[in-house]
Write a protein that binds this ligand. Structure first.
Ligand code: ASP
Ligand code: MG
Length: 422
């Protein structure tokens, strides 16, 4: 059976951590492994800045910013590699060139297209260096460019995977690779269109890639290696008493992600659940910790799961002529959400009004407000926080909302959501 491991940016953000990754892998030499690796550290953010500068017409700045990324990777490669340095350098150069010829042009297509052509380089660089490093350490592995296997549409920056095309290719290429070397390394987060344009699957999309690969290979499990102990019931930066959860169901994790918990990319669960592949979240800093196991099994007695979303906007939509808010305007409203790709975090409907709680994203808000104004009077209230508690108790709810000016509350037996002014 094949195990799929995903290492995020934080687990490969320094020479020491990449060396540590090798020591983790030494414990799995008997296994057939597929590694999905993200861009190193904050590389994706740095490449986003390159794309922004380029698109804004600041070519020199874009080239300079890219140069910094390039030097960082060359330095890392130099520290890690001896015998394989030259070969690695040659391959890195191919990726640098791919980006640089683009940067020397003028933008003629839309921003998202250039974003993907540039940002995808981060994953190519990290996997290339790590593959050479592991080979040099005697952990023999095969590097593949997943853009040859994972086909998507051309919805740049949030591309949709063409499963029918990709699944047999991923299956064949990875099986071929691990029959030779036991270990295969591919990039998370990136793919390509049928015209060989690079695409990305949305920020933090490497988890999703790992789930796709695990699904296609019928892996025995997917392990996401992180710099935390496991999944927690709240963000410890906001709630110091946050605790770590040892077992969760797929359903609970999907719910947590839906309400905005930054645990795992929301698209990750379906490919795993569909094939009943367990997901483990493990700490790469201390591999002896048990981590979190996520499976199809229902877990009873979960602690309350708390999610805070700050900087929320409440949009009040009021019927213009006192006609009821029936199926037609509501249907139209959902069409607008779909068209603007902007999903409310909370909706409350009344006889002649609708209230929507949404993230404060200026461009999306304007689009939504402009379209809704054709049907409703629109008013906007900013500066709100949305608190969600799953498996709440009334004591906890009271404690967390004490002294807050509540503007909206929705509650089922399982989940309560409260929108308030700080
Ligand atoms: N490198 C990408 C990001 O930072 C994808 C990922 O890490 O999952 O969003
Ligand atoms: Mg990441």
């Amino acid at each position: 059976m094949i195990k799929v491991f995903k290492f995020g940016g934080a687990s490969v953000n320094s020479v020491e951590r990449i060396q540590h990754l090798a020591t983790i892998l030494e414990q799995y030499q008997q296994d057939k492994l597929v590694l999905i690796i993200s861009a190193m550290g904050k590389t994706t953010n740095a490449l986003e800045k390159v794309a922004e500068a380029f698109y804004a017409g600041n070519q020199a700045e874009a080239i300079q910013l890219f140069h910094v990324v390039k030097q960082q990777h060359l330095t890392t490669a130099k520290y890690l590699l001896v015998t394989h340095y030259n070969a690695c350098h040659d391959q890195l150069n191919d990726f640098f060139t791919e980006a640089e010829w683009l940067l020397h042009d003028k933008p003629v297509r839309n921003y998202d297209y250039y974003y993907d052509q540039l940002v995808c380089i981060g994953e190519l660089l990290s996997t290339c260096i790590i593959s050479y490093f592991l080979n040099e350490k005697g952990l023999s592995n095969t590097w593949l460019d997943i853009r040859d296997l994972l086909r998507t549409d051309d919805n740049f920056r949030d591309a949709n995977v063409d499963w029918d095309f990709s699944a047999p290719r991923i299956h064949a290429a990875i099986h071929e690779a691990i029959s030779q070397t036991n270990c295969c390394i591919v990039q998370g987060f990136i793919g390509s269109t049928d015209e060989n344009e690079s695409t990305t699957l949305g920020r933090e999309g490497s988890d999703f890639t790992a789930a796709i690969v695990a699904n296609v290979l019928d892996a025995s499990g997917l392990t996401i290696w992180k710099d935390v102990e496991g999944v927690m019931n709240a963000d410890p930066r906001q709630f110091p008493e946050a605790q770590y959860i040892s077992e969760l169901s797929f359903e609970e994790v999907i719910e947590m992600a839906y309400y905005g918990a930054q645990v795992i990319h929301p698209k990750t669960i379906k490919p795993l659940q569909n094939k009943r592949i367990p997901l483990y979240v493990k700490c790469f800093l201390d591999t002896s910790l048990p981590g979190t196991a996520i499976t199809g099994k229902k877990v009873k007695q979960l602690p309350p799961v708390i999610v805070l979303k700050k900087d929320q906007v409440l949009m009040h939509l009021h019927s213009q002529d006192f006609s009821f808010v029936g199926e037609k305007p509501l249907g139209d409203l959902y069409t607008i959400f779909n068209e603007t790709r902007f999903r409310p975090n909370l909706i409350q409907t009344g006889a002649i009004n609708v209230q929507l709680c949404v993230d404060n994203r200026a461009e999306k808000l304007d689009q939504l407000a402009a379209k809704a104004a054709a049907m409703f009077d629109v008013q906007i209230e900013k500066g709100l926080t949305l608190l969600t508690i799953r498996h709440y108790t009334n004591e906890l709810l009271q404690k967390l909302t004490a002294g807050k000016q509540i503007v909206l509350q929705q509650q089922t037996t399982e989940t309560v959501q409260v929108l308030y002014h700080e």
